[in-house]
Design a protein around this ligand. Structure first.
Ligand SMILES: NC(=O)C1=CN([C@@H]2O[C@H](COP(=O)(O)OP(=O)(O)OC[C@H]3O[C@@H](n4cnc5c(N)ncnc54)[C@H](O)[C@@H]3O)[C@@H](O)[C@H]2O)C=CC1
Ligand SMILES: CC(=O)C(=O)O
Ligand SMILES: [Mg+2]
Length: 531
């Protein structure tokens, strides 16, 4: 095949009906398109009507991805201009369903896959990627996709979706983004038995084999693209903490579930504290779920408490963590995973097994759900909590929507409209006793685009805790006092590009302050980011 036809089949070059008559002549497109030239506005109007005509969210997801496969420019134009409408499709919750059905709905490949059968060849394989430059990679092994468990190679929808937000939310160029799945096997029987499953059909690799694959991948990537930023995503907690420790000072990388979530929930917490008017040091926080996200969030809140004069030990005592075995204590008789140890209580002689018991005992000011267990915040639990505090902070952060610890409606009803609520996946506004409550979305999507942009643009040597903290404060400052009083703790999604500029600017400032930015200091950092 030759000439113009190839242009129409290349998603990056194709403008479809937007090619004007001169371009049609120049590129050999005459006769290959309907006669009338359209503007991108007209094209987007049609695409939006097509999008709206689909009944199910999964169909809408497939439509958008197929549109992207035909015309990147139109896809991102549509997404950027309809963020609030389309975010729940390209991202949580619909992306979760798309991942679960990845093998069944597969139409064309996006991103790159590396598996154990490719061992020793990763570097050579990277040369197959069609684009010369890559600025950002999101890599997952599919082992903990949202709260849906081990989806293996089916998890590709997550790196793809996150990178779409890097483009739409922070202006990365689509051709310079690379979604990756490291296929290290899958432990979910359903997929091992599924004829449409597209990953390697074996149990997950042993730790040494797994870490060897990751090492080979990262070394290959930084050899080919030394400036790239790597975001680790949805990697189960038996590996994600170790990977972050191994690589955070060696390469420019961060873990979105630990650090991105830590930052976004710290921002929400800063504003929730403003709303409750209880000083930070007096909050009592019960966390349901002590995994990568739970520990990442607690560490970020602890860092703020330290900044305000508490010691690390004092700060950690304000947290009570509950996992699948109950309250985490040093003496409950099981071998605690390393990441849980810092928060294990030393002051309990009797074991509290259920969340309700813990809530009754602790009388928390904040209840934070990062367990992946849907509807685990029962009416009794939220009512019990609401007895003791005027404005209970209820964060139901697990994804997708079906895994949220409670719905927005439940939280407002059970707390008689008094709670400060945020969820990981979006909920519609709730009418309660003549009031309209607009739930905030406490999701790392507010942070990673701007954080990644800042760290990449200044070619930081690493992503530091101070940068994560700066990103949180920047996000929090986007909600004013009048809004905070009404319980609003996150800004509207439509502001995301502006917020990313601010976050990137402040992250770059921080990198210079810490002496780890490797570019020449721009005269005006904000203008540099905008450019
Ligand atoms: N809103 C946001 O931005 C984010 C939300 N998340 C969500 O948080 C959830 C957890 O993510 P990770 O911490 O990365 O997972 P993880 O697997 O590392 O941690 C899950 C934790 O929940 C605990 N758990 C499991 N079953 C339980 C039960 N029946 N009762 C009490 N605790 C139980 C586990 O012991 C573990 O401590 C997922 O649903 C994920 O989608 C994760 C990252 C960002
Ligand atoms: C939002 C996200 O990163 C998660 O649920 O894993
Ligand atoms: Mg994640």
């Amino acid at each position: 095949m030759e000439g113009g036809y190839n242009i129409l089949r290349s998603s990056f070059a194709n403008k479809g009906t937007a090619f004007d008559q001169d371009e049609r002549k120049k590129y050999g497109l005459r006769g290959l398109l309907p006669p009338r030239t359209e503007t991108i506005v007209e094209q987007a109007e049609r695409a939006l009507a097509q999008f709206t005509s689909f009944q199910s969210n999964l169909e809408k997801y497939i439509f958008l991805n197929c549109l992207r496969d035909r015309n990147e420019t139109l896809f991102f134009y549509l997404l950027v201009n309809n963020l609030e409408l389309m975010m729940p499709i390209v991202y949580t919750p619909t992306v979760g369903e798309a991942c679960q059905k990845f093998g069944n709905e597969f139409r064309f490949a996006q991103g790159m896959y590396f598996s154990s059968q490719d061992k020793g060849q990763f570097r050579e394989m990277l040369d197959n990627w069609p684009h010369k430059e890559v600025d950002i990679i999101v890599v997952s092994d599919g082992s903990r996709i949202l709260g849906l468990g081990d989806l293996g190679t089916n998890g590709m929808g997550i790196p793809v979706g996150k990178l779409q937000l890097y483009v739409a939310g922070a202006g990365f160029h689509p051709s310079r983004t690379l979604p990756v799945i490291i296929d290290a096997g899958v432990n979910t029987k359903k997929y091992l038995d599924d004829k449409f499953y597209l990953g390697e059909k074996h149990a997950r690799l042993s730790d040494p084999e797994y870490y060897a694959l990751m090492e080979e991948f990262l070394v290959a990537v930084y050899n080919k693209w030394p400036k790239v930023l790597v975001q680790f995503e949805d990697i189960s907690n038996d590996h994600c903490f170790t990977l972050l420790e191994n690589y955070r000072n060696r390469f420019l990388c961060f873990n979105d579930d630990i650090q991105g979530t830590g930052s976004v929930i710290l921002a929400g917490f800063i504003n929730a504290v403003r709303a409750t008017q209880i000083p930070l040091k007096d909050h009592r926080m019960v966390f349901f779920g002590a995994g990568s996200a739970g520990i990442g969030v607690a560490d970020c809140i602890v860092s703020l408490m330290e900044e305000q004069g508490m010691t690390k030990e004092e700060a950690r005592k304000r947290f009570w963590f509950v996992d699948s075995k109950g309250l985490i204590t040093t003496n409950r008789g099981d071998e605690l995973a390393e990441h849980k140890k810092a928060y294990a209580r030393t002051d309990y002689t009797t074991q509290l097994k259920s969340l309700l018991e813990v809530v009754k005992d602790v009388k928390p000011t904040a209840l934070v759900g990062l367990s992946g267990i849907g509807r685990s915040f029962t009416q009794e639990i939220v009512e019990e909590m609401s007895k003791n505090v005027e404005k209970p902070i209820v964060f139901s952060l697990s994804n997708p929507t079906s895994n949220a610890e409670c719905t927005a409606e439940q939280a407002y009803q059970w707390s008689e409209g008094r709670c400060i609520f945020a969820s990981g996946s979006p909920f519609a506004p709730v009418e309660y006793r003549g009031h309209t409550f607009v739930p905030g979305q406490g999701n790392n999507m507010y942070i990673f685009p701007g954080l990644g942009l800042g760290a990449f643009l200044c070619q930081s040597l690493r992503v530091t805790d101070e940068m994560i903290n700066t990103a949180a404060k920047t996000l929090a400052s986007n909600v004013d006092d009048a809004e905070v009083i009404t319980g609003k703790i996150y800004p509207g999604l439509s502001k995301i590009r502006e917020i990313s500029v601010q976050i990137a600017t402040n992250v770059i400032e921080k990198a210079f302050e810490q002496g780890i930015a490797t570019i020449q200091r721009p005269e005006n950092i904000e203008q540099f980011v905008r450019k």
